[in-house]
Design a protein around this ligand. Structure first.
Ligand code: SF4
Length: 250
């Protein structure tokens, strides 16, 4: 058992040796204070949520209801709560900021420019994330190393510089195939859209299905050339690269 300092130096090598479900229990034992798991209803998140529920871990499970999610995602949210008998705490955008955003750039203004898209993601996702993580001892996310460079750089255990918070990705060293096989083995519910070619699923207007063999995050913000295919939730550790979008007035 750890002391409860929860230092990166102590946790990283210890977590690396453990099976993924045990990493969650270890983290809970290692740290005092609130641990937040941000759930986006992807396959990784569903598997992590299953493990949290199975072990009865005292972890604050939150999700960001952007208001633009697929109906299938809301259905999965309800089905998951019913299956596990546990509420997933919904975090909403600030109403005033959302009204000003839509007044400024329109309801689908995110298609017009990268700055408009980043403003929408900031109001609907990253600012609510900042609120959810305020005062937390650690943050659990479902990133995997093989998703893209940004996620690979996150590590199994990292430190979010912008939010000054330890971040743990218990599935960091898993492949998508392993995650899908384990969810199937355990009977964990997953989004019905996966069967229609959707791999990474976010907001409905910003997500499309991908072709077989395409990188899994290609279906996100597909109209934007290049870039990291990230909304900003997981860019905090790379804070110098966070886009300098004009959020004044929002
Ligand atoms: S993914 Fe699209 S709809 Fe969702 S917050 Fe970002 S820009 Fe807005």
């Amino acid at each position: 058992m750890l002391d409860r300092t929860g230092s990166l130096e102590t946790m990283a090598p210890a977590l690396a040796k453990l099976a993924a479900p045990r990493r969650l229990a270890y983290l809970r034992d290692a740290l005092a204070g609130r641990i937040v798991f941000t759930h986006g209803f992807g396959v990784e998140g569903q598997l992590i949520f299953h493990w949290i529920c199975e072990a009865g871990l005292d972890i604050d499970v939150v999700t960001f209801d952007t208001g633009r999610l697929f109906p299938e995602t809301y259905e999965l949210w309800a089905a998951t709560e019913a299956r596990y008998g546990r509420r997933i705490r919904a975090i909403y955008p600030n109403t005033g900021a959302l009204e000003r955003l839509v007044a400024r750039q329109g309801i689908d203004g995110f298609y017009e420019s990268k700055a408009a898209r980043e403003a929408c993601c900031a109001v609907r996702k990253t600012r609510p994330l900042d609120r959810a993580l305020k005062g937390a001892a650690a943050w659990i996310a479902g990133l995997r190393a093989d998703q893209n460079e940004v996620r690979r750089d996150g590590g199994l255990v990292g430190f979010d510089l912008a939010r000054k918070l330890t971040k743990v990705n218990p599935l960091f060293d898993w492949t998508r195939e392993q995650v899908l096989a384990e969810t199937a083995r355990l009977g964990v519910p997953i989004n019905a859209l996966h069967a229609q070619g959707f791999a990474s699923i976010g907001c409905a207007p910003c997500t499309r299905a991908i072709a077989p063999g395409e990188p899994e995050r290609n279906g996100r913000w597909w109209w934007e050339e290049g870039g990291h295919k990230e909304c900003g939730l997981h860019l905090g550790r790379l804070s110098p690269d966070v886009p300098k979008t004009d959020l004044s007035g929002l």
